[in-house]
Design a protein around this ligand. Structure first.
Ligand code: HEC
Length: 339
């Protein structure tokens, strides 16, 4: 099952999700410009219609460019349990990330998730980039310096020290995030055989996107809430939102269909109240930590979201001005013609 998850993450990397179709949308909008240019040659009555239709098409395409994420939740929920209701300021066509929330989310990732999950596509310097958590250059350097990355070969070409361990050095802002395990075998060995997936694009790689990630990490059910039929499950934890795990036979009806929502997951509940202390005084409830770390992972999956939305907005304004301009020229060109 771990390998399956991994391949779906890889697939996601090869074929970008619907959230990243910028160039295609732009090509489509360029095509639909053609009728506008030819408009005056058409019969008079149709011209305004063509202009307006084209403007509407262009606006629609630009709208998609702005907020393709908006259609995701509707598609997301087929089959699985209803996801927890949660919202983020960066949702919607004009939403921007809450910088303080991203900084807290990074703290949760670093102090909790980073001991099992890598974020291989992120570099420390990304933490200081525009439209992200916005750490200052000195803070980025300090954050990087607390991590250790492989130092590579020394003068003699050795990559290990005299004890045979890999030579390490403190990370620089230009380094990719340090990985918790050197390879997959070590990661599985440390997690009872299960592989903690890389979290770089996990938000795009799962149906339900951020709402699923939030529900998963804040939605473990233990104690009285845990279905009795599960019995003891050492190393496995019940999560109503996780669909890819196993369910013991005692929780299946005679047709082999599961009688409970969700399955068992090999990840222990990562968050409980007070797990991380936020310097800005934000209450450290499970829900708050889950919300912040999910926002951080959403940013990690698309660090240039704010730039994309800004371009989308500019395209909309440009198209509106253009539509107005075409309308005025239409009136001007046809003003002396009986039609
Ligand atoms: C002790 C190690 C450990 C910690 C800490 C941990 N995880 Fe996991 N996580 C795992 C393992 C193992 C899996 C794979 C579970 C499986 O396949 O049954 C996993 C799976 C996941 C998944 C994928 C679920 C899916 O749909 O396939 C997400 C998302 C995730 N973890 C997020 C987080 C976040 C966010 C944190 C920090 C708040 C975190 N994890 C902390 C071990 C951990």
């Amino acid at each position: 099952m771990g390998a399956g998850m991994n391949s779906s993450v890889n697939q996601q990397i090869q074929s970008p999700s619907p959230r990243r179709r910028g160039p295609i949308a732009i090509a489509a909008s360029a095509q639909s410009l053609t009728p506008v240019v030819r408009a005056p040659r058409l019969r008079g009555g149709g011209t305004l219609g063509v202009v307006l239709k084209s403007a509407v098409t262009l606006a629609f395409v630009a709208g998609l460019l702005l907020s393709p994420g908006a259609i995701a939740p509707a598609l997301a929920q087929e089959g699985g349990p209803k996801l927890k209701a949660v919202s983020w300021p960066h949702e919607g066509p004009f939403g921007l990330f809450d910088q303080a929330s991203l900084q807290r989310g990074f703290q949760v990732y670093k102090e909790v998730c980073a001991s099992c999950h890598s974020l291989i596509y992120l570099s420390y310097r990304d933490l200081g980039g525009k439209g992200g958590p916005g750490f200052k250059p000195a803070e980025v350097e300090a954050i990087a310096a607390t991590a250790q990355v492989p130092a590579g070969p020394d003068d003699k070409g050795e990559i290990t020290d005299e004890n045979g361990s890999l030579r390490m050095r403190p990370a620089l802002p230009s380094d990719h995030f340090a990985k918790p395990f050197p390879n997959e075998a070590a990661a599985r060995a440390g997690n009872g055989g299960a592989l903690p997936p890389d979290l770089s694009v996990i938000v795009n790689a799962r149906h339900g996107g951020p709402a699923y990630i939030y529900s998963l990490i804040a939605g473990f059910e233990e104690g009285d809430k845990r279905p009795k039929c599960l019995g003891e499950t050492p190393g496995k934890f019940y999560n109503p939102y996780f669909a890819n795990g196993e369910v013991p036979d005692a929780c299946k009806d005679k047709n082999g269909k599961s009688t409970i929502e969700g399955t068992l997951i090999a990840m222990p509940p990562p968050l409980d109240p007070g797990r991380v202390d936020f310097a800005d005084g934000t209450p450290n409830t499970t829900e708050q930590m889950a919300k912040d770390v999910t926002a951080f992972l959403d940013w990690a999956a698309e660090p240039h979201m704010e730039a994309r939305k800004m371009i989308g907005f500019q395209v909309m304004v440009y198209l509106l001005v253009l539509a107005g301009f075409f309308y005025v020229s239409y009136r001007h060109i046809w003003k002396d013609v009986d039609h």
